[in-house]
Ligand binder design. Structure first.
Ligand SMILES: NC(=O)c1ccc[n+]([C@@H]2O[C@H](COP(=O)([O-])OP(=O)(O)OC[C@H]3O[C@@H](n4cnc5c(N)ncnc54)[C@H](O)[C@@H]3O)[C@@H](O)[C@H]2O)c1
Length: 257
């Protein structure tokens, strides 16, 4: 198998997505940003040029992970352009305007809507890319989960903050974790593997008081920088992790201990 991977990152133009694209390109891979919007694409290309990174290793394709037609179009466009797709990174973060409501205020319709686009979208991408990977003879899926898919929230960290850990997120991320095991086992013998990365919180201009409370649970750092996750992604898309399948790698500085 080639060491240069063609990697499709859904939600590729978001916070973690851009860090993933940049590290993939820095390491010689072809990185495809598959996102519902291309608003950040031009700035990302400028960033690549500033870092002297090859812009020809970057490609944008429009996708809505909750539309089968759109997912199929993404697979078609990327596979025709590069001749293959080695890995999918399920990394989008769809949510509606009522996401982040307190438990008592979360409406059933919003709960279902957020599950439908997020777990449903990750499922749709896994399902459709797997069909492509099966025909191609190999494939690799890395899905972004969260520590809040494996543990109950530390609600005390959110005291006095104007946001909390939404109830949908627990259902979404634990669901994706289990889907990963389901797919890994279902595709036995097909040379397709499925793994998850479960990050702790990542710095994104949160209030310093929130960061301080969060950091008190970390072992050496606390809240992560987005670049702290790129090594794990590079490992999981590489052949060095060829026989890791159906697993979840927690990257949280020990927050979940
Ligand atoms: N940032 C964190 O602290 C953190 C921690 C743990 C896990 N995660 C997970 O990592 C992933 C990336 O998170 P992020 O913080 O970079 O999110 P983000 O909000 O910064 O970016 C998400 C991206 O997804 C795109 N998107 C939204 N709906 C879409 C759709 N229907 N189809 C295609 N693209 C769509 C957006 O345009 C955006 O570019 C998410 O799955 C998130 O749950 C993030």
């Amino acid at each position: 198998m080639s060491n240069t991977k063609v990697v499709v990152v859904t939600g590729g133009l978001g916070l973690l997505g851009k860090a993933f694209l940049q590290s993939l390109i820095s390491n010689g891979h072809i990185a495809v940003a598959a996102d519902i919007t291309d608003a950040a694409s031009a700035d990302f290309i400028t960033e690549l040029k500033k870092e002297n990174l090859p812009t020809e290793n970057y490609f944008y394709v429009s996708i809505d992970i909750s539309s089968k037609q759109s997912v199929l179009n993404c697979i078609d466009v990327v596979s025709k352009k590069f001749g293959r797709i080695d890995a999918l990174v399920n990394n989008a973060h769809p949510r509606n305007a009522n996401y982040l409501k307190k438990l008592e205020e979360a409406e059933h319709t919003d709960f279902c809507d957020n599950l439908s686009t997020h777990v449903g979208g990750f499922f749709l991408c896994m399902q459709q890319f797997s069909l492509f990977f099966k025909k191609q003879g190999h494939g690799n899926v890395v899905s972004m989960c969260s520590i809040y898919g494996i543990m109950a929230p530390r609600f005390e960290v959110y005291e006095n903050a104007d946001f909390s850990m939404p109830v949908e997120y627990a259902a979404i991320k634990s669901g994706i974790l289990h889907l990963t095991k389901y797919f890994a086992k279902y595709y036995k013998g097909q040379n397709i593997r499925f793994n998850c990365i479960s990050p702790g919180g990542v710095k994104n201009n949160q209030h310093p008081d929130f960061i301080k409370r969060y950091n008190s649970y970390g072992m050496n750092k606390g809240m992560l920088d987005k670049e702290d996750l790129t090594g794990t992604l590079l490992f999981l898309v590489s052949d060095a992790s060829q026989y890791i399948n159906g697993q979840n790698i927690v990257v949280d500085d020990g927050f979940s201990l």
